[in-house]
Design a protein around this ligand. Sequence first.
Ligand SMILES: [Zn+2]
Length: 271
Amino acid sequence: MGPTNIALVKLFRADQQLRAAQQRLDSTTRSVRIQERRVNDTAEKLRSAQQRLREQQSQAAQLELDLKSRDEHIEKLRRQQQDTRSNREYQAFLVEINTAKVDRGKVEDQTIKAMEAVEQEQAHVKELQTMLETEQAKLADLKQEISGKTTELQADVERLQPMRDEAASAVSVKARHLFERLSERYEGEAMAALAKPNSRREEYVCTACNMSLVPDIYNRLHARDEPVLCPSCQRLLYIPADLPVETAVHVKKTPKPRGQAESTSGVQAET
Ligand SMILES: [Zn+2]
């Protein structure tokens, strides 16, 4: 292959190594990321519960104030009732007091309900606080557990990154852009090797999509210095190390004389 394709294959290998290292790092830190999400979710639930609790507490406090002022009002009516000398006024106060008592009863029911809600929410907040502490402790444990491993894998990534960068800088800008675009699209599988399924036939397939390629494809990759795409999957094609020109290209066989079976004895005449 020409220098362009050789550089592309080197970039492809360096890119795959880096991606594999990155993947190892990601899968090791995944459990921590999942736990971090759990901690954040629980903290969020706790914040909402605390907010609800504050609202319910203020509502209950207002109802209690309301109840207190109603008690005072009823007390005042009672005193006025005691002070009156007229029976009609006395009866009128009685009606007013009874109405006030009925209304007070309704407010008292609301207050009891509001206080029950406060109690429930307080228990909920407490439960969430405990849960949050548990999840935070789990997170700390997980971080501790993988810290050595993560450092090692991070070092791998940092070691492979400059190698990948160097391999990339050896490829022409145009071919590099093509590679990066394909690498993005195929998650690192930007290139595909040629394969020759039948050693006796000059036929090639793309090992990524298994589609047949024109016989000329080998020569184009071998002799010319240009990126060649698989017409079917659009990946960059390359000649793998196990397909050197001796194995790949059809060696012209001597034509067999008509009607004669193939012979290995070498009696056929060379043309
Ligand atoms: Zn293909």
